[in-house]
Design a protein around this ligand. Structure first.
Ligand code: ASP
Ligand code: MG
Length: 439
């Protein structure tokens, strides 16, 4: 059995949907279970429709037209999605009336994207001679905690999911991105969460492989829009791929690999537009290449928080108190360094505004607390780094040659990455300087 996950852009047009159907057909002997995202940019459209409803405008036409014309061009009846679009309309009407959009309601509204796409893809497969059934993952046991917008699956759900899949008639086409909490409310696993669903299902089913079908040539040596000489990587270890996802490679949802790692199931990232390419295979064991490292990634727009304390408190005390304060504000830290009397911490751009301000006010009790915005983490990743004595020398040699000053250098205990901080405006220059080391 294999899991084949198709992202939004892979199923954005009737032509692309036909390609996906051919890809599924070619794997029939491997018993595929299909996971899909919402068609194209539907999730964004749903969020926009919900926001508009909050402001008093009920406007669904573009979503309905888009899905309607997909159905027309696939030769399917528009009635197929009638009940779902009516429900969606009713929900938006509710938001419009009450003028309130809670994370719980937004999750419910976003869920229509995948509920629609699974219906359409299952019908298109059936019409093409591959009988298929649409399945809502949350109805076959994908239980999560109650964190709307970025829910995590609960432990111990595999058996029920496997039973649910085995009862499906024909080929199962399962909603990505969606779960359900103990109260029975629909939850979402975070943006791009369909990858995560694919890996949860892969682990539950003991799949031979989880295939993530995207619109790029697998995982690259760096962002090709920054350096066109970027190449795709054939193999990566789980550890490398997790670091890549964590430090911003947008190709994989950061939690995607966790269920697969636990179950030891390889994950393959493939391009729907070039299906003959073997893509990137992510495997449990370390992978060594003859290169210096595997990939350069970056996370832009992070915040640097610095606390300079008068000598009354040691860095150890400041650090522990600072972490307590940040965790009270639910602010995560990507990097931290300490010195005798200063502590520096890097936090994600998603933490900003009032939340960040109130955390800074609390941190000011510990010392002089400042925030610098517009920073970026650049990270070099590769199992190869482990064996090298002069990792930092090479990395910083290349940067200094271009006049780039890196701050807050950190190397993970696993020694497979080196990360540092620059200004947003230096991302391209830094990535290029280091990319020269890996190609
Ligand atoms: N449709 C969801 C999103 O746009 C999930 C996904 O695409 O993986 O974030
Ligand atoms: Mg994606």
């Amino acid at each position: 059995m294999i899991v084949m996950k198709f992202g939004g852009s892979s199923i954005a047009t009737p032509q692309r949907i036909h390609r996906c159907i051919d890809l599924v057909r070619a794997e029939l002997e491997n018993d595929p279970v299909v996971v899909v995202s919402a068609h194209g940019k539907t999730t964004n459209e749903l969020i926009a429709a919900a926001d508009r409803a909050m402001e008093g405008t009920l406007e669904l036409a573009s979503i309905l037209d888009y899905h309607g014309s997909l159905l027309d061009e696939l030769g399917l009846e528009r009635e197929l999605i009638g009940p779902l679009t009516e429900q969606l309309h009713a929900f938006l009407q509710g938001v419009n009336l009450i003028r309130e959009l809670t994370p719980r309601t937004l999750d419910h509204i976003m869920s229509f994207g995948e509920r629609l796409s699974t219906r359409i893809i299952a019908a298109a497969l059936s019409k093409a001679g591959v009988p298929a059934t649409a399945i809502n993952a949350y109805e076959i046991g994908l239980l999560t905690d109650a964190r709307h917008g970025s829910a995590s699956p609960l432990p111990g759900i595999s058996e029920q999911i496997a039973a649910g899949i085995s009862q499906a008639e024909g080929l199962p086409v399962v909603t990505g991105f969606l779960g359900r909490n103990a109260r029975g409310d629909i939850t979402t696993l975070g943006r791009s969460g369909s990858d995560f669903t694919a890996s949860i299902l892969g682990a539950a089913l003991g799949a031979q492989e989880v295939q993530i079908w995207t619109d790029v040539d697998g995982v690259m040596t760096c962002d090709p829009s920054l350096d066109p000489s970027a190449q795709s990587l054939r193999r990566l270890s789980f550890d490398e791929a997790s670091e890549l996802a964590y430090y911003g490679a947008e190709i994989l949802h950061p939690s995607t690999l966790v269920p697969a790692i636990h179950a030891g199931i390889p994950v393959r990232v493939l391009n729907t537009l070039h299906p003959q390419d073997e893509g990137t295979l992510i495997v449990p064991e370390p992978v060594h290449s003859p290169r210096y490292a595997k990939s350069i990634v970056y996370k832009e727009d992070v915040n640097l928080i610095t606390i300079a304390s008068p000598r009354l408190m040691s860095a150890v005390q400041i650090l522990s108190k600072a972490f307590d304060i940040l965790s009270l504000h639910a602010i995560g830290v990507h990097m931290a360094t300490t010195s005798e009397a200063t502590v520096s911490m890097v936090t994600d751009r998603s933490y900003s505004g009032a939340e960040l301000e109130s955390a800074i006010a609390a941190l000011a009790e510990l010392g002089e607390a400042t925030v610098e915005h517009g920073k970026a983490i650049i990270c070099v990743i590769g199992e190869e780094l482990k064996g090298q004595v002069d990792v930092l020398g090479r990395v910083f040699g290349n940067l200094t040659a271009r006049g780039i000053k890196a701050r807050m250098v950190s190397q993970s205990a696993s020694e497979i990455n080196v990360a540092f901080l620059v200004d947003n405006s230096q991302i391209e220059e830094s990535v290029k300087a280091l990319h020269a080391l890996v190609v």
